[in-house]
Design a protein around this ligand. Structure first.
Ligand SMILES: C[S@@+](CC[C@H](N)C(=O)[O-])C[C@H]1O[C@@H](n2cnc3c(N)ncnc32)[C@H](O)[C@@H]1O
Length: 241
């Protein structure tokens, strides 16, 4: 599904040829080089996907009626889970350009009536305002928000601001599933991603998260993540209190 979404996007570099090259020996060597610089990060993407899906499914089992993926990118979670949970609303939010590129693939996959996209740059408009203006998000429903691979593109101040905004838009008991960069890699990653993409701007130790989110309306309910298999990121779950 990821391949189909990327190809349908029509974005330069995501044609069938690039898909083939991506699985070829040279590209695999390049992934290994990335792994040498950021140990475990490549395989970590797989663990990240599994973690987020398990946490979202657990939250739905716990009563969540809305799922909001912040910075959804080309993630397939909503497309896969929406048909299985017709009573849950699935929402993806991302930048205008990314959302438009993904919309082409979503149309081809077949969009469930309980799934939709919201187009917004969270750097420019606060989340609570974006959701209120869209009108489809119900702040009174138990919900689960996801920020997978997003926080490192925001400053620490912006991350805490986003948590405050998310708290203002959700009912008590809602969950926030997120991943964050661990300190120590920012300069290296900033150099590497600076060549092709956006720099990393924030990082926090897993053990410092309770203090990091203090006063935002969220409380960390997951254990300290010490798993080296998660590469240069760590995973967490917070609950709206
Ligand atoms: C590294 S990708 C992660 C995508 C997806 N969550 C995943 O894990 O597969 C980060 C995503 O966050 C989005 N993003 C970054 N800054 C954003 C902002 N200010 N507003 C909305 N989306 C943003 C990017 O467009 C991109 O799709």
């Amino acid at each position: 599904m990821s391949e189909r979404l990327l190809q349908a996007s029509g974005s330069p570099g995501f044609g069938p040829r690039m898909m083939r090259i991506s699985k070829g020996p040279w590209m695999i060597r390049a992934y290994k080089l990335q792994d040498f610089l950021m140990p475990g990060q490549f395989e970590g993407f797989g663990y990240r996907k599994i973690f987020v899906q398990e946490q979202v499914e657990a939250a739905i089992e716990h009563g969540a009626r809305q799922v909001l993926l912040l910075g959804a990118g080309f993630d397939t979670l909503c497309l896969r889970l929406a048909p299985q949970h017709p009573n849950v609303q699935f929402i993806e939010l991302d930048h205008p350009a990314t959302s438009a590129a993904k919309a082409k693939g979503i149309a081809l996959e077949g969009q469930s009536t309980n799934m939709f996209q919201i187009v917004a740059d969270l750097g420019e408009r606060p989340l609570s305002k974006v959701l209120a203006e869209d009108g489809r998000w119900d702040t009174s429903l138990p919900s689960v928000l996801v920020a997978e691979g997003l926080f490192q593109y925001l400053t620490d101040e912006e991350v805490r601001g986003l948590l405050v905004e998310a708290a203002a838009s959700t009912s008590l008991g809602s969950r926030f599933v997120f991943t964050h960069a661990k300190p120590g890699y920012r300069k290296l990653v900033t150099f590497l991603t600076g060549l092709v993409a956006e720099p990393w701007k924030s990082a926090v130790k897993s053990e410092d998260l309770p203090e990091y989110v203090e006063g935002t309306g969220w409380k960390i309910i997951s254990d300290v993540d010490t798993d080296e298999a998660h590469g240069v990121e760590r995973y967490a779950v917070a609950e709206r209190r």
